[in-house]
Design a protein around this ligand. Structure first.
Ligand SMILES: Cc1ncc(COP(=O)(O)O)c(C=O)c1O
Length: 442
């Protein structure tokens, strides 16, 4: 038996024992929400929440090992990993910091960056020594090319373009503009691994593209960079082993939590805390990608473990499942909640399903109580973004909530997510928020 087959067999046994085997395939026909939920029928909150005590995580966690395909080299045949000039880095921001050096931009020249940004990519460009100037994106998060043109002068050396949630920016006009104005094009694909604009891979058009691989795949960390320059990306030493160990532990812990094994998780957390005390490990020593800027990570590449784990990833299966889940969730929510992107253009590999909800923090907490994690990591503009441009993005920053649609989720999970969202929406519509909170506390 091959290594992959053995691991698969073992994981199938383990997860069968946990009673959490995935229950469907991508081909499963859509079922109606009514079959899975008591939303709108006055069902109790207890009946709706976490049927197995599990939490649906926003990102993949290793909670569904049986979904892993056999050990193979398939991942290496898929862009960006198939690119001979592709290089791993600790994370997307590290990939950007070292990748931008390969472009030979004039020192301290200006890079045009979007007004809607996470913030760490801005920090990486500033740390690399460039001046930044912000440009507009419209209410659908599309680059405003007329605004970009207006902001050009002879200090500008590059245009930085972000493909939000996996959805492509219009690459052809962008490429033409860059060619005409002799600008280098940097594609930020942190949110768009394996995504295509029809047949064109996102990240394959720019002079430089960066990816945040761990956002799409269950990895402890990992960024990737592809450059069209002849100058190679700096070779970096592997991430510290202890950090990788802690990050792997975090992934497994989230996996246990999402599988409804809260008790085992609690025990594992206690045991790992004791162990940390014994070896005097301070968690702050761990290098990990968060929303904050940690300059220590700039010195690290990826752990050798990451390439090993990648052998269990099947890009085609990941894309197919994400697309299926996205469309299923859209079909449940599109007429009840504001969905800025209810349709999925050909080739897009979505990262999350965004919805627009007022009073987002409370909405997010209510969802969490119903066993569904959601995300919002884009709350504030970078302090260097001019106020009037930042203001234009305020709606997205305050109201956008990201829902999970990743490859570890089955159709039943997606229906649970939709039911939870609709529960919160319905209760809000009835002014029933207080009852929800009270019932949850009890
Ligand atoms: C748009 C964008 N670019 C770059 C990054 C940096 O990616 P990483 O977290 O892998 O450093 C992020 C991270 O959230 C991001 O959202």
């Amino acid at each position: 038996m091959t290594v992959g087959a053995s691991v698969r067999r073992l994981s199938a046994v383990v997860w069968a024992c946990l009673g959490n085997t995935p229950d469907d395939s991508v081909d499963e026909p859509y079922r109606t929400l009514g079959q899975h939920s008591s939303v709108g029928k006055g069902g109790s909150v207890e009946a709706e929440r976490k049927p197995t005590g599990s939490v649906i995580p926003l990102c993949p966690t290793w909670s569904q090992l049986t979904r892993l395909p056999s050990w193979s080299n398939r991942w290496q045949q898929s862009f960006p990993f198939s690119d001979p000039k592709g290089t791993w880095a600790f994370s997307g921001r590290v990939a950007l910091y070292h990748g931008v050096a390969t472009l030979n931009l004039p020192a301290q020249s200006t890079i045009l960056v979007p007004a809607y940004h996470q913030g760490v990519e801005i920090d990486a460009l500033l740390a690399a020594g460039y001046a930044l100037r912000y440009y507009r994106v419209d209410e659908q998060l599309r680059i405003d090319l007329a605004d970009v043109e207006q902001r050009l002068d002879n200090t500008v050396s590059a245009l930085y373009v972000t493909h939000y949630f996996g959805f492509p920016q219009p690459l052809e006009p962008i490429r033409r503009l860059c060619q005409a104005r002799r600008l280098k094009l940097i594609e930020d694909c942190a949110l768009s691994l394996f995504s295509r604009d029809n047949g064109t891979w996102l990240g394959s058009v720019g002079d430089l593209a960066i990816f945040s691989v761990y956002k799409t795949l269950p990895l402890p960390h990992g960024g990737f960079v592809v450059t069209k320059s002849e100058r190679p990306t700096t070779a970096l030493p592997p991430a510290p082993r202890a950090s990788t160990f802690v990050q792997m532990g975090d992934l497994l812990q989230q996996g246990l939590r999402s599988s409804g094994w809260g008790r085992v998780e609690a025990w594992a957390v206690r045991a790992s805390r004791q162990f940390a005390k014994v070896i005097r490990w301070n968690r702050r020593q761990t290098i990990c990608s968060g929303s904050d800027w940690d300059p220590r990570m700039l010195g690290y590449g990826v752990s050798p473990w990451v390439a090993r784990v990648m052998h269990f990833m099947d890009p085609e299966a990941v894309v197919a499942r994400r697309q299926f889940n996205y469309m299923r969730l859209a079909s449940h929510l599109r007429f009840h909640v504001t969905c800025p992107f209810p349709d999925l253009p050909a080739g897009v590999c979505p990262l999350f399903f965004p919805i627009i909800v007022p009073d987002r923090s409370a909405f997010q907490q209510d969802l969490e109580k119903l066993g569904v994690q959601s995300g919002n990591w884009w709350e504030v503009s970078h302090p260097t973004c001019p106020h009037e441009l930042a203001q234009e993005m305020a709606g997205w920053r305050h109201d956008c909530l990201e829902l999970p649609i990743h490859q570890e989720l089955s159709a039943a999970h997606i229906d649970r997510i939709a039911a939870a969202v609709l529960t919160v929406v319905t209760r809000r519509a009835h002014g029933d928020d207080r009852r929800l909170l009270a019932t949850e506390r009890a």
